[in-house]
Design a protein around this ligand. Structure first.
Ligand SMILES: O=P(O)(O)OC[C@H]1O[C@@H](O)[C@H](O)[C@@H]1O
Length: 277
């Protein structure tokens, strides 16, 4: 096991390979791997990707391992970079998910494990991809809430996945919602809840990513307008780029994993990926 971020050990620390990584003054990542391990054995690299350099560190680590004679290398990157940029909305934009997939595919890895990717595009583009669904995560979230909730699908993208979650949970009720996003400005509008009256029942919004939180604040208002009870939010990948001031007004509790970072906030419960394999 080679955990590139020492504070992120989602598959444990068995047979951990000692290494030192750092940035050169010019900004390039570098690594020195201690050769004190059996180089005939497969190696799994784990990493949280928050920047292009985090991917760069993976690339140079794979190179170093191959030069040491390691033949079978696995990669565990729960948050797949740019999984959301899976189509070109307007001319001039990149298909970023393919750029990242191409870079990773070029390393010819034995497997690449990702957690709850935004869409089916990531596993379609990525060679030897293993996908971990959000099913077990949501099951644990509901156990922590401790009472019945309606599952809320925020938009069309989340719809396919939420019915599989519901099936996994034995048929939990799903409420479909939608939103509109201006592809030029990114502005959100027109939140719709496809139910007449939620009857004061508690609701759990399930989605892959919370970035600024605009999707969930807008949806929370629309749910409250339809007589929702307590609101909860379960997000596989918590970026939370705009903090919790607004989200905290609407949600009793926000649940996420440690796929991107550690979050210290009383309104947030983090379930560790090592507990939801
Ligand atoms: O509204 P914010 O939190 O910025 O963005 C999160 C939404 O953007 C989508 O890609 C995610 O799947 C989610 O629905």
């Amino acid at each position: 096991m080679l955990n590139l971020d020492p504070s992120f050990t989602p598959l444990g620390e068995n047979n951990s390979i000692t290494h030192k990584s750092f940035l050169f003054a010019g900004g390039e990542p570098h690594i020195k791997i201690d050769g004190n391990f059996d180089q005939k054995e497969p190696v799994t690299i784990t990493q949280r990707i928050n920047s292009f350099n985090d991917l760069g560190l993976i690339c140079i680590t794979v190179d170093a391992l191959k030069r040491m004679g390691v033949k079978e290398i696995h990669l565990y990157i729960p948050y797949f970079p740019a999984a959301r940029q899976d189509r070109v909305m307007i001319p001039g934009e990149p298909l970023s998910v393919k750029v990242y997939a191409d870079i990773i595919n070029s390393m010819a890895l034995a497997s690449v494990t990702v957690f709850d990717p935004h869409s089916e595009v990531t596993p379609a583009l990525l060679n030897n991809c293993i996908t971990i669904s959000n099913h077990e995560f949501i099951k644990q979230v509901i156990a922590k809430i401790g009472s019945e909730v309606k599952l809320i699908s925020p938009d069309g993208g989340a719809l396919k996945k939420i019915y599989k979650v519901s099936e996994f949970l034995g048929g939990a009720e799903v409420v479909e919602c939608s939103k509109s996003r201006d592809v030029k400005t990114g502005r959100l509008s027109g939140f719709k809840v496809y139910a007449d009256d939620l009857g004061g029942e508690d609701c759990l919004i399930v989605d892959d990513i919370c970035d600024g939180g605009g999707t969930f604040n807008g949806l929370a208002e629309a749910l409250k307008a339809k007589n929702a009870g307590k609101l909860y939010l379960a997000i596989s990948h918590g970026i939370f780029s705009k903090g919790f001031d607004d989200l905290g007004k609407y949600f009793e509790q926000i649940f996420t994993t440690d796929s991107i970072k550690e979050v210290e906030h009383p309104g947030v419960t983090q379930i560790k990926l090592q507990d939801i394999q």
